[in-house]
Design a protein around this ligand. Structure first.
Ligand SMILES: [Zn+2]
Length: 177
């Protein structure tokens, strides 16, 4: 999987980069505000020769998660779960919010942190059926079909039987005239 340590340092070129577990404290900016973010037991890479530090992808993901938490933003899994509860595809959800499908994909995958205004819009969208109906009208998407169309059949709510075909052979009506 991973190359064995030590790795070569991009700063001093020494092969002295090792993983270390630290309590990592940093300041991160989101939407014009600065948050002091602390993640305990974070695995990062550090050069023993020059002290240069590199954050692996997993470390970035944990910092982003903590930043979202501190800023009161929806986490990637929450966005996906709430969207799926409404039986919306990423594509339709993006269309209703007025963003690109790739953007929703990045929010739900954790690759991008949503702006505050989009976070608030999503919360309102999830909480308010009236807003969903409004946006459906605005974007020209048909009304919330999934609930109406969902093939949930309960014993006490049997499906409506189809139209009963008219009795008698087709020729009978004309036969008497
Ligand atoms: Zn170094």
């Amino acid at each position: 999987m991973k190359r064995p340590y030590p790795w070569k340092c991009h700063t001093c070129r020494e092969r002295q980069v090792f993983p270390v577990t630290v309590d990592y404290v940093t300041e991160l900016e989101h939407d014009g505000r600065v948050y002091s973010v602390t993640v305990n037991n974070l695995e990062i890479l550090r050069c023993r020769a020059c002290g240069a530090q590199v954050l692996p992808d997993e470390a970035h993901a944990r910092l982003a998660e903590e930043l979202r938490h501190q800023a009161g933003l929806l986490q990637p899994g929450e966005i996906a779960a709430k969207r799926e509860l409404l039986r919306l595809s990423q594509k339709d959800f993006a269309h209703l919010l007025g963003v690109a499908p790739a953007t929703v994909c990045r929010w739900e995958g954790g690759g991008q942190i949503q702006q505050r205004v989009m976070n608030d819009l999503m919360n309102a969208f999830f909480d308010l059926p009236e807003l969903r109906a409004y946006l459906r009208g605005l974007r020209g998407l048909c009304s919330e079909a999934p609930d109406a169309v969902a093939p949930t059949v309960h014993a006490d709510n049997p499906p409506t039987p189809g139209p009963v075909p008219a009795a008698g052979p087709p020729g009978e009506v004309e036969a008497g005239s």
